[in-house]
Ligand binder design. Structure first.
Ligand code: G6P
Length: 607
């Protein structure tokens, strides 16, 4: 969702601001803006639309060496030039960019309006600009004015504030929405996401919630809301700069699908123990004795992370024989959940920023529960809030729809399930079977990716329908759900996922030549049942695309994609790979904006 960038140093700020904003486009936004402190005051330019529109609108004389920029995803008020950030105070001296939500904005608005402030936008953020201005009388340092303003605010924020009278600094603050400082040579960068910074510096400082920083060209000072100085050591971003580019692929999504063999290798790297036929997970912060006391596992995530959690729950139940269940974090957090001491909670998030997932973690912790994170982004809010966890090391995922992070999440769960299983009753022989199965996965994925051309043809043929049904049984059901989700997200073709066993209890009524079915048909103990279901669909003239380990009889299907067989517990992960390509090529055939589908954001940082 919204993105923040800021620059202070010897160079013209605008070039960095525009490039940084472009790097944050993937997060989803509807308007963009920049402000710089120029000799004769602030210059502000903001537009509804793309960063390219903003770049075209910035006048040639828009010069300044201190500046802030923003991409906005509308919450309070429609996408418009006026509602775009930065927002300024009445005298146009203070400019603010803000990610998050100010919950008491209406009350503050009323108070400020009573004092004669005339608002120029419908946003919650504008309140903040007026409050900072109200607190910055003659001789008051900008950081003190910002602290005072934040003291009046209830809500979440990542902010960057500029004062035309104090152009030697930018003040930033974080509470629930990330802010990262990037350290350069006699210049400093700020962003809400390292993706905007990595081309300029890899030395970064992540602010903690409740912290502020004064950023100057030659350094920074971090402090708390009550003005206590805190010391923060820089860390190094370890993701390759090149992984933020499309590397010659037409879209990030396609590139990320193809990166999966390497991403899986990284997720597995150093974690498989062949001698004891188990997995090593250094970040769990739980020893074998503590793990043995766990009676249940509850997995929480949103969107694809939730579906990856469903696959994870099956792996844990099958390999460790511990009851496990995945639930949308967005539901869990609102239903006053019972938190049990012998349940292990696992929060799943690629970005580590999803607000609903973060709120679920906070709710569990408030009630004394223990939470592990399965997270891709190192140092993210969710990773930091958890008691321990597993980093995916999948590399940055830019396309809105999740592919490689999804696969790496399932791998992380396979490792967790193996580790758990070997502490419980999983035999060494079965442990070895899973270890060997995991090691073979990257090659299996490579084999599936070779069928890209055939999948592209099928996708174009099937994309032409108003909808599609996805069915799978037990292990295949989460695959069907994720497959349907991917198709919906990026092609806007309606897709419904059902357990194959449930088809005859309702949705069979929908089956017709106009509603084709994607059927997951692994060669497992339920093969016969699945073949019966195919027969039932065919008897209603339904068209079927099977994803199978071997092609079923011709009379049962219209098309089949054959995937290599792994261990039964790991098969779902492979069955999902063709569905990613199917969704991608369906979206391509329909001319969709594949990497930035309408109405969606990569990281949903609001409720
Ligand atoms: C958004 C994205 C989805 C993603 C979900 C969870 O809704 O559009 O693709 O699966 O957030 O994201 P997370 O970063 O928590 O895994």
């Amino acid at each position: 969702m919204c993105g923040i960038v800021a620059y202070i140093g010897p160079k013209d700020a605008t070039a960095f601001l525009l490039e940084g904003l472009q790097r944050l486009e993937y997060r989803g936004y509807d308007s963009a803006g920049v402000a710089v402190a120029a000799k004769n005051g602030l210059k502000v330019c903001k537009v509804k639309g793309r960063v390219a529109d903003l770049a075209a609108a910035v006048p040639a004389r828009f010069k300044g060496t201190t500046g802030i920029g923003h991409t906005r995803w509308a919450t309070h008020g429609v996408p418009s030039d006026a509602n775009a950030h930065p927002h300024t105070d009445v005298s146009e001296r203070i400019a603010v960019v803000h990610n998050g939500i100010i919950e008491n904005a209406d009350q503050l608005r009323a108070l400020l309006a009573a004092d004669g402030v005339v608002f120029t936008s419908e946003t919650d953020t504008e309140v903040l600009a007026h409050l900072v201005a109200a607190h910055s009388g003659e001789g008051v340092e900008l950081e003190d004015a910002v602290r005072a303003a934040l003291g009046q605010i209830v809500g979440t924020y990542g902010i960057a504030v500029l004062d035309a009278r104090q152009p030697d600094r930018i003040v930033v603050a974080r509470n629930g929405s990330p802010i990262v400082l990037g350290l350069g040579e006699k210049e400093m960068f700020v962003a809400s996401d390292v993706a905007a910074l990595v081309r300029y510096t890899r030395q970064v400082v992540h602010l903690e919630d409740g912290e502020l920083a004064t950023v100057r060209a030659d350094g920074f000072r971090t402090f708390t809301e009550d003005a206590r100085t805190v010391t923060r050591q820089p860390s190094t971003v370890d993701w390759e700069v090149a992984s933020y580019d499309t590397a010659g692929y037409q879209h990030y999504l396609l590139k990320e699908i193809h990166e999966q063999p390497a991403a899986v290798e990284r997720t597995l790297s150093g974690r498989l123990d062949e001698r004891f036929a188990t997995a090593h997970l250094g970040g769990l912060n739980l020893d074998a004795r503590e793990l043995r006391e766990i009676r249940r596992v509850k997995i929480l995530g949103c969107g694809s992370a939730y579906y990856a959690g469903e696959m994870g729950a099956q792996l844990i139940e099958e390999l460790a024989r511990i009851p496990a269940h995945s639930e949308p974090a967005s539901e869990f957090r609102y239903r006053n959940p019972v938190i049990e001491a012998d349940t292990l909670y696992v929060a799943v998030s690629q970005s580590g920023e999803t607000y609903d997932t973060l709120a679920a973690v906070q709710e569990i912790k408030r009630k004394g529960g223990r939470v592990l994170g399965v997270v891709n982004t190192v140092g993210s809010a969710i990773a930091r809030e958890c008691d321990g966890g597993i980093y995916l090391h999948a590399g940055p995922e830019i396309s809105v729809a999740s592919t490689k992070a999804f696969t790496s999440t399932v791998i992380a769960f396979a490792l967790l399930a193996l580790h758990f299983g070997r502490i419980h009753d999983l035999s060494p022989a079965d442990g070895r079977r899973i270890v060997a199965g995991l090691k073979a996965l990257p090659d299996h994925i490579r084999e599936i990716l070779k069928q890209e051309e055939q999948i592209a043809e099928l996708a174009a043929a099937y994309a032409d329908n108003a909808g599609m049904m996805f069915i799978g049984r037990t292990r295949g059901y989460p695959v069907a759900r994720e497959g349907a989700q991917k198709l919906k997200e990026i092609s806007y073709v309606h897709a419904e996922a059902y357990p194959a066993s449930e088809l005859k209890h309702g949705p069979l009524a929908l089956i017709s030549p106009e509603l084709p079915t994607v059927a997951l048909v692994p060669d497992d103990e339920l093969l016969d049942k699945n073949l019966t279901t195919l027969g039932e669909i065919k008897a209603r003239s339904g068209r079927i695309l099977a994803i199978a380990h071997r092609t079923p009889e011709a009379k049962l299907i219209d098309h089949c994609l054959v995937v290599p067989k792994s261990e039964p517990e790991l098969d779902p992960l492979l069955l999902n790979i063709p569905l990613q390509l199917l969704a991608y090529y369906a979206a391509l055939a329909l001319g969709r904006d594949v990497d930035k589908p309408r109405n969606l954001a990569k990281s949903v940082t609001v409720e």
